[in-house]
Design a protein around this ligand. Structure first.
Ligand SMILES: [Zn+2]
Length: 360
């Protein structure tokens, strides 16, 4: 890690003509592999490429290790984990971006809005669920979808999160209905057109809400579209992209991890401009353990597939819970040199602020 940091610093001096720490980021893109701990990335590389350390994340980025503990627990849920990353404050599990007395903690997305940048959140998960919600809402319980989602069109800073592209349509519409809110009546007059499919969302969209259901939401296409749209703001943008890596189906999860890694590579090398800080972090790890396996043999044997959830007996043992060990943080672009060594998850927030050159 130290060596890689040194190499990165030398490259920054040679090729960018600046000392590390001098170049500011115009844009920040934060990728979250939800539950994508190191053990998962290791297995994804072996499953996808037949060898360890073949992911872009493991080859081409500055890396550090982040503690993920919550304020009240060594093992975090996604709400406390993401709150720490986007606000710099540890909270109790279940809480989204606010203090124990209910005072909102200002999120990195809100800082970006305050500075006139464009902002977006993309996820295959419900857009009122913990990871995206921690970016734009403040609430004492992540379960309160009916309180979370309307905060999109009642922003505290700037004109609010511009692009909301992802899942959870049915759950969110039901929760809004219980709060007597009709999305298509409430959001468009406030400035957010509501779309039914990713294809409908124009590349020139200044604001958009897209909610879908099902497993086939294309996070990579949505992220690419969001980058095209947000890049139109000359002041820059903040984009959060979550791709869930909880191992419901192990094989799919490992393939998703590789797809997320490819998306990060595409973003760092092609999709985003060079003045973009591209960050990856997991909000927490998961009980995925490589316990055996031979070079040249497939990691996941079809005969084992149905038994993965039981864990223990196969090459890849998969439990049922989040775990508390440190997770990978990886960075590419201006400000990436700040990612090094062991750190608390709250430092990721500080790294993003510092990359823009902003003060708390
Ligand atoms: Zn999570």
């Amino acid at each position: 890690m130290t060596r890689r940091f040194a190499v990165g610093a030398i490259c920054a001096i040679l090729f960018c003509g600046v000392l590390p720490g001098q170049q500011k980021a115009k844009n920040v893109i934060l990728f979250i592999g939800d539950a994508g701990g190191e053990s998962t990335l290791n297995a994804a590389s072996i499953n996808g490429y037949g060898a360890p350390q073949k992911l872009f994340l493991q080859r081409e980025m500055n890396v550090g290790l982040s503690d993920t503990s919550a304020a009240n627990s060594w093992v975090t849920d996604s709400a406390a984990g993401m709150t720490a990353i986007v606000t710099g404050h540890k909270v109790n599990n279940g809480v989204l971006s606010q203090a124990p007395d209910g005072t909102p903690y200002k999120t990195i997305l809100e800082y970006a809005e305050e500075h006139g940048l464009s902002t977006g959140v993309v996820s295959n998960m419900a857009m009122a669920d913990a990871t995206p919600a921690a970016c734009y809402s403040h609430v004492d319980s992540r379960k309160k979808f009916g309180e979370i989602f309307p905060q999109i069109w009642k922003p505290r800073f700037g004109d609010g999160v511009d692009l909301v592209l992802g899942g959870g349509k049915k759950r969110i519409l039901e929760a809004l209905k219980e709060s007597n809110i009709d999305l298509t009546q409430a959001a468009p007059p406030a400035g957010w057109p509501v779309y039914e499919s990713l294809e409908e969302v124009p590349d020139t969209a200044k604001k958009a809400i897209l909610l879908v259901d099902g497993d086939d939401f294309k996070v990579d296409e949505a992220a690419a579209k969001a980058i095209r749209s947000l890049s139109r703001n000359p002041k820059g943008y903040f984009l959060m992209v979550e791709w869930d890596l909880h191992p419901g189906k192990v094989e799919k999860m490992l393939e998703t991890a590789v797809a997320l890694d490819r998306l990060i590579e595409q973003t760092a090398t092609k999709l985003a401009s060079r003045d973009t800080l591209v960050l990856f972090a997991a909000d927490h790890s998961f009980d995925v353990r490589l316990r055996s396996g031979k070079r040249g043999a497939p990691l996941l044997l079809p005969a084992n597939a149905k038994d993965f959830a039981n864990g223990g007996k196969f090459d890849l043992a998969v439990g049922t819970s989040h775990t508390g060990e440190e997770v990978l943080v990886a960075a590419h672009g201006p400000g990436a040199q700040l990612v090094k060594g062991f750190m608390p998850n709250t430092r990721i927030f500080e790294i993003m602020l510092a990359a823009w050159g902003w003060k708390k």
